[in-house]
Design a binder for this molecule. Structure first.
Ligand code: F6R
Length: 615
């Protein structure tokens, strides 16, 4: 949410900032802006509503110059998308420019204080209040930027990752964070790169410092990086090497990131289970669990926390852990969990699932569970992310960077890792029968090849999409392990095609949603051959009797559902616990093709942004 980039060094800042903003656009794309210090230390701020391309066009005739600068791509919180509300925001004297990701919660009281002191604000944003406030502290105390920033931030309530440029200090860039991520890239030529994540940095350096909460970093042109906490303690910067490859941030010949990421799934699932599931030895390996085995051994309950697609992966995990490890599971929306005084015991294991590792709701829920004494295990995709760092132990998903705003490969990677975890815990607790364990180990090892086969149905799904693209509503139905996949299918459709879609347990349909069914209502059934197959067949009959248009995802060779449904898509046969990894694929392809046919921006759907770092 909101992309941040900064540069200080010997090169021209503009190309680095624009390249960084283009890579960061998946975090927000309402407006974009940059600020540089031009010849003579003149602060130049340029900003434009809309995509980064609009900003580029706006400055094309007169490219901003200077070797220090900051850039921002916005996901609106306070004030609608407009040139005026775009970042960077300057202070009243135009001395500093600020870019910000997060929300300043006490901005109204700061605004009152500033207006008493004669400040006039020109935007609707909380960020402009912050810029004026920092400048006010600088002016009234005479302190230089890093110190004034530290003092100012003591008064600020909320979440922020900010970078500040000071006109009077062209050799310095200052950044700070609290509850919103910020990464500093340390280049080899006395140059620094700042990013809200590593994507704008990796093209330049692999050496990074992850700023921690309440830290203020000062970068200077002679290559020095110093960090102080808001509480005035010195911190020694810890440089880490990141493994991210630049090619993984490109479309690689695909029309959209989402399509590339859908097709990457055989690889991303393979990478996520590699070293964790060993077919030859017939074992699973989960060092994060083994190192904390005491917590898992005594677990009376697993509490799963996540949002959106990650919450759906958590629902699949509920079936997996209850069936394989026989531990009761509760799956919670992270955003609800922390505000309802939850009961947490020291026999609970909390499992937090997040692709980005930065989702503010999930992070806040983890913190409250931690305060209550729970052991926290994280399943994250982004290495070094806040959630990965704040959990007691964890397992990375190794899906690689996910740029498309609609999550695809992250979901299947999460489910694959969670399957390996449930198997591992179940086996160690002696609750999985050897035969079932080996069937699942071998089945999981086989899944990447089967996902490959699922992808072959893309052309047929493209044809079915033509029949559904004009729909206004859609219903997704599944039972057991396939119920969370139905929810995920509906989420994919609504977020990228703007068709209203609902996911429901198939049997629940008759308790209400059946009233919606008529000949204009596409109903997507996940009807693979498992324990509840016959029940789902009955639910299909009920929809057919009411004229709904039925698309069914079926196991290959199925004849019964094929004779009932208007359209079917086959997936290979797999154990029911592994089938979500296959049925998710046609769901993703269907929403992708429908969104394309409706002319929607698949990678950057309206109102959304990757990595939701505000509550
Ligand atoms: C849906 C989607 C979102 C995220 C949710 C949680 O396609 O991408 O629903 O799943 O915002 O994000 P993470 O997993 O990064 O915590």
């Amino acid at each position: 949410m909101c992309g941040i980039v900064g540069y200080l060094g010997p090169k021209q800042a503009y190309p680095i900032l624009i390249d960084g903003l283009t890579r960061l656009e998946y975090r927000g794309y309402d407006s974009a802006g940059i600020a540089t210090l031009e010849e003579g230390g003149k602060l130049r701020v340029e900003k434009k509503e809309g995509k980064v391309a609009n900003l580029e066009a706006h400055v094309a005739e007169d490219i901003p110059k200077g070797t220090v600068g900051i850039g921002h791509t916005r996901w609106a919180t306070h004030g609608p998308p407009s040139d005026r509300n775009a970042h960077p925001h300057a202070g009243s004297k135009g001395r500093i420019a600020v870019i910000h990701n997060g929300i300043i919660e006490n901005y109204e009281s700061l605004k009152d204080l500033l207006s008493d002191r004669g400040h006039t604000l020109v935007s609707d944003t909380d960020t402009e209040v912050l810029a004026h406030f920092i400048e006010e502290v600088m002016t009234s105390t005479g302190l230089d930027l890093p110190e004034a920033l530290r003092i100012a931030l003591k008064e600020v309530v909320g979440a922020y990752a900010i970078v500040v440029l000071d006109q009077s200090q062209p050799d310095r860039l200052v950044a700070a964070r609290k509850a919103s991520p910020l990464v500093i890239g340390v280049g080899g030529k006395n140059d620094f790169f700042v990013g809200s994540d590593a994507t704008p940095i990796v093209a330049h350096t692999k050496n990074v410092v992850y700023l921690e909460d309440e830290e203020v970093a000062t970068m200077t042109r002679d290559g020095k990086l110093s960090i102080r906490t808001i509480g005035d303690a010195d911190v020694t910067p810890e440089i880490q090497a990141i493994e991210l490859e630049i090619a993984s941030l490109e479309k690689g010949g695909y029309e959209h990131f989402m399509l590339k990421e859908i097709y990457e799934q055989p690889r991303s699932i393979r990478d996520s289970i590699r070293g964790r599931v060993n077919l030859q030895r017939g074992t699973t390996t989960m060092s994060g669990i083994d190192e904390n085995w005491g917590e898992w051994e005594k677990a009376q309950r697993i509490l799963i926390l996540g949002c959106g697609t990650s919450w759906h992966a958590g629902l699949v995990a509920e079936y997996l852990f209850e069936s394989l490890a026989r531990i009761p599971v509760e799956v919670e929306y992270a955003s609800e969990f922390r505000y309802r005084n939850p009961i947490i015991r020291d026999t609970d294991v909390v499992l937090a699932i997040s692709q980005s590792g930065e989702t503010a709701d999930t992070l806040a829920a983890i913190r409250s569970a931690k305060d209550a004494g729970a052991h926290i295990f994280g399943v994250c995709n982004v290495v070094g992310s806040s959630i990965a760092r704040e959990t007691d132990a964890g397992a990375y998903t190794h899906a690689g960077p996910e740029i498309g705003v609609a999550s695809t490969k992250a979901f299947t990677a999460q489910v694959a890792v969670l399957t390996a975890m449930a198997l591992h815990v179940g086996r160690r607790l002696g609750r999985v029968d050897d035969g079932v364990f080996m069937r699942l180990v071998s089945g999981l090892d086989n899944i990447p090849g089967l996902v490959e086969q699922c992808l072959e149905s893309a052309p047929a799904i493209g044809e079915i999409a033509k029949l559904f693209a004009g729909a206004e509503n859609a219903l997704y139905l599944g039972r057991g392990y396939q119920f969370p996949v139905a929810l995920e299918g509906a989420l994919k459709l609504k977020e990228i095609s703007y068709i209203h879609a609902e996911g429901y347990p198939a049997a629940e349909m008759k308790h209400g949603p059946i009233a919606l069914i008529d000949e204009d209502m596409p109903v997507i059934f996940i009807a693979t051959q498992d324990d509840v197959y016959e029940k789902v067949v009955s639910n299909i009959q009920e929809v057919k009797a009411r004229g709904g248009q039925i698309l069914a995802i079926v196991t290959e060779g199925d004849t019964q559902v094929k004779s009932l449904a208007d359209h079917t898509v086959e997936v290979p046969r797999a154990h029911e616990a592994l089938a979500p990894l296959l049925t998710a694929i046609p769901m993703q392809l269907l929403s992708y093709h429908i969104a394309l046919l409706r002319g929607c921006n698949v990678d950057q759907p309206r109102n959304l942004a990757k990595s939701v770092t505000v509550e």
